[in-house]
Design a binder for this molecule. Structure first.
Ligand SMILES: [Zn+2]
Length: 314
């Protein structure tokens, strides 16, 4: 299929397609808004599509109402998405099919280790060739190192033997693991680029490993810095980070743009206007090339009009 003429394309001529994939375990906070905005602007800058996927495959962890609250907040922030929202809980058959293919091709083995036996570091390989005990989880063999180019962090190599060892693709509670579900869904949706927080940088290695084993196309990736508070702690839904919905939308967008190295001119007061400015001006090269950075200490002041300073780098 020919891409529409106005669309830039990458990755063997496919139209640009980005995605935002929040876990519905709480409302969006500024840290997740930064990831959403970066992926939105990166895709839209080149005329691409932007999709939203709710990563609710782990039904037990999903907080009732959180997915709807996230979508409402994206709407408030003038970040419209394309197509229907993908819900991972509807895709379990796809994950089982992917698992069957990995099993058929000899990539997997059953692991009987408890969490304690498996230890905190890379999996020691205990069950790989052992006589079967009662299996708990299913692991994927990972005897390789994965090199990729990251649009923000540069060239990255993840040695799976040192980082994860043979990693879990199906958990003891029969929930597909993140590396499997994310790789399958990104492949299924034809995602061409993944822009997200650098806390997920090490996940890219296992995900690429799964994609290669399943013959799925590998999206390009860019990992933007993770926002921290003044003490260096990551802003996360699980921490006390306040929901972004507690602040005016334009203030949230200005904060997120500034964090990403972009300062829209004064006088743009509407969320849609700020996003539109971002779509026209977003450049990954201006995103600070660090893994983490403190979000401006006093967010209230950062929204002052007429700040045309160079982006703070830390
Ligand atoms: Zn084991």
């Amino acid at each position: 299929m020919e891409p529409a003429p106005h669309r830039d394309s990458t990755r063997a001529g496919r139209p640009v397609r980005g995605r935002f994939a929040p876990t519905p375990n709480g409302p969006l906070h500024l840290g997740s808004v930064i990831a959403a905005l970066a992926s939105h602007l990166s895709a839209r800058r080149r005329g691409g599509e932007w999709h939203v996927r709710i990563d609710d495959v782990d039904v037990a962890r999903a907080v009732p109402g959180a997915a709807d609250a996230i979508l409402r907040e994206l709407e408030r922030l003038a970040l419209p998405w394309d197509g229907p929202v993908v819900r991972q809980r509807n895709n379990t058959e796809r994950y089982r099919d992917a698992l069957a293919r990995l099993e058929r091709d000899g990539w997997t083995f059953r692991c009987a280790c408890t969490r304690r036996e498996a230890g905190p570091g890379p999996y020691p390989g205990t069950c790989r060739n052992a006589a079967p005990r009662r299996a708990r989880s299913i692991r994927m063999k990972a005897d390789t190192s994965i090199a990729f180019h990251d649009g923000v962090q540069g060239d990255v190599t993840v040695d799976l033997r040192e980082e994860t060892g043979d990693f879990i693709v199906y958990r003891a509670d029969r929930v597909p693991a993140y590396h499997l579900s994310a790789a399958v869904d990104d492949g299924g949706l034809g995602v061409t680029e993944i822009v997200r927080g650098s806390d997920l940088l090490t996940s890219t290695g296992p995900q690429v490993h799964v994609q290669r084993a399943l013959g799925l196309a590998e999206p390009a990736c860019a990992h933007v810095p993770v926002a921290t508070d003044a003490s260096g702690a990551k802003l996360a839904k699980s921490s006390a980070a306040p929901p972004s919905a507690a602040r005016p939308a334009a203030e949230v967008l200005r904060l997120a743009l500034a964090f990403l190295g972009h300062r829209p001119p004064a006088g743009i007061d509407e969320p849609a206007g700020l996003v539109d400015w971002g779509v026209r001006n977003f450049d990954l090269a201006r995103v600070p090339r660090v893994r983490a950075a403190a979000l401006a200490g006093n967010p209230g002041r950062e929204t002052g009009r007429g700040t045309a300073r160079a982006p703070a780098r830390s």
